[in-house]
Design a protein around this ligand. Structure first.
Ligand code: NI
Length: 179
């Protein structure tokens, strides 16, 4: 069982940081995305529980806080400790790199960390492979889809249930793309 207080602390922090952010293509608050990612982690834990679920919950709820808000590494470290801050940092793309390079670089850094970090990346993309926003053109859908394939290829061995789930989501997403 996970610690409810750990979830509460992380979702409150994230809720304050992402307060003005919406799920792309929706009026839903960004917490909907974060809680979906966390839900995938809890589902995975039910199937196979040989990982640190509290650490994974923290990463799930905080994974976009450095990428999408002005929150710093130091601030996360102060509140949640260095291990969580390093995990969030690995899940944050380096904006100084070109787009294709940034994902490759993040995946490389994720693979150098504990498996929970890779699990959250899988859960994030599973969550994001819902029906795309209507304003996404075919080229964008296609590149997002291909990028998901790269994530799948790089993150095998982290958690089989999540990996299989992302594989299914990728197959399913083909319906939104004109080949
Ligand atoms: Ni995300």
């Amino acid at each position: 069982m996970w610690k409810q207080e750990i979830y509460q602390q992380a979702i409150k922090f994230a809720g304050e940081k992402h307060a003005d952010q919406k799920v792309p293509g929706s009026t839903a608050n960004y917490l909907a995305h974060l809680s979906n990612v966390c839900m995938e982690i809890l589902g995975a834990y039910k199937v196979e529980d040989s990982f640190d679920v509290n650490f994974a919950i923290q990463l799930a709820l905080l994974h976009d806080v450095m990428e999408d808000t002005p929150t710093t590494f130091e601030e996360i470290k102060e509140v949640f400790g260095k291990k969580v801050a390093l995990g969030v940092e690995a899940l944050t793309k380096n904006e100084d790199l070109p787009k294709a390079e940034a994902m490759k670089d993040s995946l490389k850094r994720i693979n150098e960390m504990e498996k929970e970090v890779g699990m959250v990346k899988l859960a994030d993309r599973i969550t994001n492979l819902q029906e795309p926003p209507t304003y996404w053109r075919n080229a964008k859908r296609m590149s997002y889809w291909q990028e998901a394939g790269k994530i799948l290829d790089s993150l095998s061995g982290k958690h089989d249930y999540l990996w299989d789930r992302l594989k299914d989501k990728i197959e399913d997403y083909a319906q939104y793309i004109k080949m």
